[in-house]
Design a protein around this ligand. Structure first.
Ligand code: ZN
Length: 285
């Protein structure tokens, strides 16, 4: 293995595109600052809805392969070189939206044995020894089975790794403060006429929205706004960007946040908001 960087950030996500939407600016910033940034994606998003008509013939493994290519392009845009699929590409497949028969596919991530999947993730944690791990809350941010499962697997993997030699000091959930979301949607509604999108979404469509006081950490990614937008554009089957807005396959415009927000859930809660995920973490390996 290559030399160990002093600051190491790991992100656990469900599908290719989630990392760029949620954490693109954060990933670009820490990669640019010389931190080790490791992305673990749990599925290839084989059941995602495809936006571009010319690519709608893609489904299943073919879509997964295509999305792996999109993920590689996104990581290049963010300057991130260490990205992995949990258990290797194709080990777990996309579970589809909650309530669909897809959820019963024995190969899908929703059907995965949590301890087994967490064991695979714990191996990565023990290799990388991140001081910071970022994932979703217990509802997966918005209730998608793969996001909920990513949360469960990440939480369990942190426990397993702690018992096997690496106790991750800080764990965060992806968040959007309600006041920031409300302001951004008000601005979006005012600007909608000038955008290539017909309709605006609503704040309830955005994963991880919570009351402002729960936010512990704010990462100002303004300097990495173009890298984040480029990474999101790389996921062209899933996202259409008209910076500073974007749509998913539901075609409802949303704000593209370049300041990213987090809630610390493992580690000592700071007295005031942090501006660095590594705040309080010692430099020693
Ligand atoms: Zn997702």
């Amino acid at each position: 293995m290559t030399e160990m960087r002093s600051r190491r950030l790991m992100l656990v996500h469900a599908h290719p595109d989630d990392e760029s939407i949620n954490n693109g600016a954060t990933m670009a910033r820490y990669a640019a600052e010389g931190a080790q940034v490791t992305l673990v994606t749990c599925t290839l998003g084989e059941r995602g809805e495809v936006i571009p008509p010319e690519l709608r013939h893609l489904s299943g493994a073919a879509l997964g392969g295509h999305r792996l290519g999109e993920l590689k392009d996104a990581m290049r845009a963010l300057g991130v070189t260490d990205f992995r699929l949990l258990g290797g590409a194709g080990r777990y497949c996309d579970s589809g939206m909650m309530g669909l028969p897809d959820n019963d596919d024995p190969g899908c991530f929703w059907q995965a044995d949590v301890d087994q999947a967490a064991g695979l993730l714990a191996e990565v944690i023990l290799e990388v020894r991140p001081q910071v791990l970022v994932t979703y809350d217990e509802n997966g941010g918005y209730g998608h089975p793969d996001h909920i499962q990513a949360h469960r697997v990440a939480v369990r993997a942190v426990e397993l790794a702690a018992g096997a030699g690496w106790d991750v000091p800080k764990v965060y959930w992806n968040r959007v403060p309600r006041s920031v979301g409300e302001e951004a949607f008000a601005k979006l509604n005012g600007e909608l006429d000038g955008l290539p999108f017909e309709k605006a979404g609503v704040l309830d469509d955005v994963p991880g929205v919570v009351d402002d006081e729960r936010i512990t950490t704010v990462i100002d990614g303004t300097a990495y706004a173009s890298a984040k937008a480029a990474a999101m554009r790389a996921h062209a089957t899933q996202i259409t960007v008209a910076d500073p807005y974007f749509v998913l396959s539901n075609e409802l415009a949303q704000p593209l946040f370049t300041t990213e927000y987090y809630e610390l859930v493992r580690g000592e809660r700071p007295l005031s908001r942090e501006s660095d995920l590594f705040a309080g973490v010692g430099e020693a390996p």
